[in-house]
Design a protein around this ligand. Structure first.
Ligand code: SF4
Length: 166
């Protein structure tokens, strides 16, 4: 059988999706949070919760990351850095907003130094509500995102309403 360009593309695309779903590399950025959400993200990465069992690995460079996990509202100071990190990530890339402040501004909403919440700066693919969300909620949110990637669909994020917790 002669491999046609279509068949080759299909095989390469299948392998790429398989690799992305089984080994999504993440980068974590705090765009203005109080650190509460960040501590829960770090707990999620520890052996106790062991998010690496899903192949998820924290990276230090946006150029190696598939998923940007962002906490907090976006401060005026952090906005350009957040955008720079996002722009440096290779396509396809995904954004997960963790915590009430990232979703709606939370306790920082309306502060003089806040530009807005994360989806006012970047396209968000998944929201994880809570103040702060527990590691189980973070794992649940990331697994839902991976399920969409596995099915070859881009998630249609449902933004939690005010007061809704994970
Ligand atoms: S959601 Fe709660 S824990 Fe997370 S940054 Fe806001 S105030 Fe802090």
């Amino acid at each position: 059988m002669i491999a046609t360009p279509n068949l080759i593309n299909k095989v390469v695309s299948g392998i790429t999706t398989w690799a992305r779903v089984n080994s999504p590399w993440i980068i974590h950025f705090n765009s203005g949070s109080c650190n509460g959400c960040d501590i829960e993200i770090l707990a999620t990465l520890t052996p106790y919760y062991d998010i690496e069992r899903f192949g998820i690995k924290l990276k230090g460079s946006p150029r190696h990351a598939d998923v940007l996990i962002c906490t907090g509202p976006v401060t005026r100071q952090a906005r350009s850095r957040l955008l720079r990190i996002y722009e440096q990530m290779p396509e396809p890339k995904f954004v997960v907003a963790v915590g009430s402040c990232g979703i709606s501004g939370g306790t920082f909403a309306g502060c003089y130094n806040i530009v807005g919440h994360i989806d006012e700066v970047l396209p968000v693919d998944a929201y994880i509500p809570g103040c702060p969300p527990r590691p189980e909620a973070i794992i649940d949110g990331v697994v839902k995102l991976l399920t969409h990637l596995k099915n070859g669909t881009r998630p249609e994020p449902i933004k939690p309403q005010l007061g809704e917790q994970a």
